[in-house]
Design a binder for this molecule. Structure first.
Ligand SMILES: [Mn+2]
Length: 457
């Protein structure tokens, strides 16, 4: 995070000749040059180092080029940038040294009470146009795809507001999620409220750009239609992905009312566009009078695994987690959580509430499987704050987002939880009932590793 505080010419933008450096740990020095380094930016935010391989704590990290150059988190860096943007002549140079994000990833509660300051997700630092982070939290305030109750456009603000209380640690999470991964709040994507096609294109471009410059995102919806944009972006980076989709509805509906896209279509289009492998798509919590038969028939006809809410009651959560592991395998995993997967008793503030859903605890427990896979992106969608007078729906959405960040940390920083192509324990049968004991043993063994300190050392 070099040069973050540098000063530079207000009009000096562009340029590719800068250098940026800084490594984890005060002693480290890293340097890099390349196309993404040394952007002399507005406000003198010059000399941003390109993203690089992160050096170990206290050691140097160095690299060259895009995705290199290690502007790292705790180090200091110096950067210069020169150049001109069309129509904005000028040269800007700047140098700056900043403490970096790591260790100061969030607004300190020692200085500022949790209810103070503009709300960002979990009080993370706001970094518009972020570069080089492990995960960027990004809002997608849009509800032009809703078919019933509107209002999800206000969800990113509401979720951020309720997230202020969430610590980065928890008795189930172990210490220091944000010591393990570098996360910032990238703000919101500016989406037109007037055109679904324009919003979809804008979101696709913005999220694709995020993944060109950062490793993953957590998108706060917004209605569910924009998960298609998210999957397009993830596909551009990773190819076909597996999906864990938590929802009351399959969202594999055909177009309706003359609209190609709406919040009931994202996974149908994701299958049609080849973004996801439908046989690696697991939908959990499906129930109610909607989805229509042509939605479920489409999903099942393409090999999608559907765990209904009734299935969830009959089966063990660990058995379902085992099914998810088996179905997803070693493929990069996108996780999409429609808050209406949760019963309206816990999450009333949503667009199409459906009684008989999962509890908050069941959803949070189920997400434990994510850290044992290869997650590459997340969304939490369909919160509608106007129908959420006590804020509990936004609070739960924030907690789910925090849980997903923790699971990302588990998956990417824990050698013990490296992705596995064959997650089944030896001799395990495919049948859920027969497999329950084996699955419990396997999960317990992994949990033991978690709390033995090997993951959090
Ligand atoms: Mn949905």
């Amino acid at each position: 995070m070099s040069g973050q505080n540098g000063t530079g010419g207000q009009n000096g933008t562009g340029g590719g000749n800068g250098t940026g450096g800084g490594a984890d740990g005060a002693a480290g020095v890293g340097a890099g040059t390349g196309p993404q380094s040394g952007n002399g930016r507005r406000n003198g935010r010059s000399g941003l180092g390109g993203r690089g391989s992160r050096g170990p704590d206290g050691a140097a990290g160095a690299g060259t080029g895009f995705h290199a150059g290690t502007g790292a988190r705790s180090g200091t860096g110096v950067g210069t940038g020169t150049g001109a943007r069309t129509g904005w002549p000028g040269v800007g140079t700047g140098t700056g040294a900043g403490p970096g994000a790591r260790g100061t990833a969030r607004v300190s509660t020692a200085v500022s009470p949790r209810y103070a300051q503009p709300a960002t997700f979990m009080r993370l630092r706001h970094r518009p146009d972020p570069i080089g982070h492990d995960v960027v939290v990004v809002g997608a305030p849009y509800d032009g795809g809703t078919s019933y109750r509107p209002g999800a456009r206000f969800a990113p603000r509401a979720i951020r507001h309720e997230s202020s209380l969430i610590h980065g640690v928890g008795i189930d999470r172990g210490p220091g999620v944000f010591d393990r991964i570098d996360v910032v709040d990238g703000g919101d994507i500016d989406l037109s409220p007037f055109s679904m096609d324009l919003a979809m294109d804008t979101a696709t471009v913005a999220l694709t750009r995020l993944l060109e410059r950062n490793d993953a995102f957590l998108m706060l919806g917004g209605d569910h239609s924009l998960s298609l944009a998210a999957l397009r972006a993830v596909h551009a980076r990773h190819g076909r992905v597996a999906v864990l989709h938590l929802d009351a509805h399959s969202d594999t509906n055909p177009p309706v009312y003359g609209g190609t896209y709406h919040h009931g279509t994202p996974f149908r289009w994701a299958i049609e566009e080849g973004l996801v492998d439908p046989e690696r798509l697991v939908q959990v919590g499906i129930r109610g009078h909607n989805p229509r038969p042509d939605s479920l028939d489409y999903a099942r006809g393409h090999g999608v695994s559907i765990v209904t809410a009734a299935d969830f009651t009959r089966r063990s959560p660990r058995g379902i987690a085992e099914q998810i592991r088996r179905t997803v395998g070693g493929l990069p995993l996108y996780v999409s959580v429609d808050i209406d997967v949760v019963d309206p008793a816990y999450a009333p503030g949503t667009g199409t509430p459906a009684p008989g859903g999962l509890s908050s605890r069941e959803v949070l427990t189920l997400l434990d499987v994510v850290g044992q896979l290869r997650p590459v992106g997340f969304d939490v969608v369909e919160v509608s704050p106007a129908y959420d007078p006590s804020g509990i729906t936004s609070l739960l959405a924030a907690e789910i987002g925090a849980e997903l960040l923790y699971q990302y940390a588990r998956a990417t920083t824990s050698p013990a939880s490296a992705p596995v192509d064959s997650p089944l324990p030896p001799g395990a049968a495919a049948d859920d009932a027969e497999n329950a004991e084996n699955a419990v043993d396997a999960v317990d063994a992994e949990s033991a590793v978690d709390f033995a300190g090997q993951r959090w050392g």
